[in-house]
Design a protein around this ligand. Sequence first.
Ligand code: 13P
Length: 256
Amino acid sequence: MNRKKIIAGNWKMNKTALEGGTLAQEIAAAVGKETVVEVVLCPPFTALESVGRAIDGTAIRLGAQNMHPERNGAFTGEVSAEMLRALFTTHVILGHSERRMYFGENDAFINRKVLAALANQLRPILCVGETLTEREAGSTLAVVQRQIEGGLQGVTKEQITTIIIAYEPVWAIGTGKVATAAQAQEVHAFIRNLITKLYGQALAQKVRILYGGSMKPSNAPELLAQPDIDGGLIGGASLEERSFLDLITAAAAVNQ
Ligand code: 13P
């Protein structure tokens, strides 16, 4: 199955509107016509508009890093799917481990966001992954299973291929400690099996599963060559033009 690779940059809480627009312009100038790899930029809310303007008319897609499941109302500090759509956002990261860890998000709440995103034609990038303690306790697969099953409650067969999954072992995020290609592939294959059980093989073969956690140009080729790794969700290395472009090149090379 030839799944189109995705390289998505999660800028986290970095870049002002101006800085983000500038970086996006540089990326657009270099890979705006890229069609072999799907490129997604996920700036903070405040830079969605400037980044959207910079990539307008290119093949690059715009993603948000979070959203609230409700349409509107008294939810101070939150942003809805409709607001994101109004800025031409097409993707939204949901359930990132930093949201789970620092903002107490659980699987049930993340599931509400997944359903709301789908209902509003936004593609969720659903993040899952174990902590170091969980890995050392041998519960990696159980944790990932709980997060996937919880996050996908109520997602239909018609919707499942719209969802992008990101496996991000928490111990590998921003630490420089990357999962080995074999460690990552093991979990990616497990996730695809799980989706096969839930939705059948034909659909599971179409779902893109990204790896995230200290991915950079030096380790990307080996990770991206794994049969069930369909791209990367990139933190640190997405903040700088050169490394992000090199990751896109690495993904394009694997696709050929
Ligand atoms: P780093 O690439 O900085 O480890 O971050 C990964 C991540 O959390 C992407 O969502």
